[in-house]
Write a protein that binds this ligand. Structure first.
Ligand SMILES: [Zn+2]
Length: 254
């Protein structure tokens, strides 16, 4: 790596490769299946790089990526843009600091979204210092203008949202940060679910929350600290086996 390489703006091709890598990471972690989910990032010139509709985001290639202007007009590419384009456009319009958006359907977090329950109990210091909480956005149909409008009131205070009866959207200064937040939401949902199974929640005492919130405010608009690292593969079968074993043990107890 040259001394100045971290200062140079990444090329369009490098950013397309980033989109491919993040799509694969979402699929590897079981956060999307089939044609679910969509990704976008804001290019240095203000235009947007967006994933195509319907395609499996775990098997994308750089030729499928679309370049659009900030109003959503297609500038490059011959596929149909993501069905959630309006949601992405509204978020970029509302939050000038957002450089990347990840929308996915992670199963545990989506379970809470279908139960009509936001993730608001401060159970994990990492969540409190990085996300604060993950509120529930009222239902609107996927792809609708109403969905884009429904998220707006939550965006000033939050960087990850549950979409009722649908999934999760996470934003960040760049795509890596948005992906990290998406992973954290799903982990938070898993841990919260386990506390429900155990029949008990022991939140972080209120006197500590101010410091965690201050840390979040300091860092929430910063870019991801490392660039262009490969994403480690997650042994998703092992993770799901572990979770199923926990459920089996829980069911034996009740
Ligand atoms: Zn969706």
């Amino acid at each position: 790596m040259s001394p100045n390489s971290s200062d140079a703006a990444p090329s369009l091709q490098a950013l397309k490769e980033k989109m491919v890598a993040v799509g694969m990471a979402l699929w590897d972690r079981g956060l999307i299946l089939g044609g679910e989910g969509n990704l976008s990032l804001r290019l240095p010139n203000g235009n947007l790089l967006v994933t195509p509709a319907r395609a499996c985001k775990g098997r994308l290639n750089t030729r499928q990526m679309l370049v659009l202007d900030p109003l959503g007009n297609l500038l490059e590419g011959n596929l149909q843009p993501s069905s959630e384009l309006l949601l992405h456009l509204q978020i970029y319009r509302q939050r000038a600091d957002v450089g990347g958006i990840v929308h996915a359907h992670p199963p545990h977090a989506t379970g809470f979204a279908c139960a009509g329950t936001g993730l608001s109990v401060p159970l994990l210091a990492e969540v409190s210092s990085l996300l604060k909480s993950v509120p529930l956005v009222p239902y609107a149909n996927p792809g609708s203008i109403e969905l884009g409008e429904a998220v707006l009131p939550f965006l000033e205070e939050h960087d990850a949202l549950l979409l009722a009866n649908h999934g999760v959207v996470a934003v960040g200064a760049d795509l890596d940060t948005a992906l990290t937040r998406m992973e954290l939401v799903e982990q938070f949902a898993r841990v919260t679910l386990i506390t429900h199974m155990l029949g008990r929640q022991n939140p972080i005492p209120g006197r500590f929350l101010g410091d965690l919130e201050a840390l979040r405010e300091k860092e929430r608009r910063l870019p991801y600290p490392e660039e262009n690292l490969p994403y480690p593969k997650v042994p998703r079968i092992l993770l799901s086996e572990l979770f199923e074993e926990l459920i089996r043990r829980y069911l034996k107890k009740v």
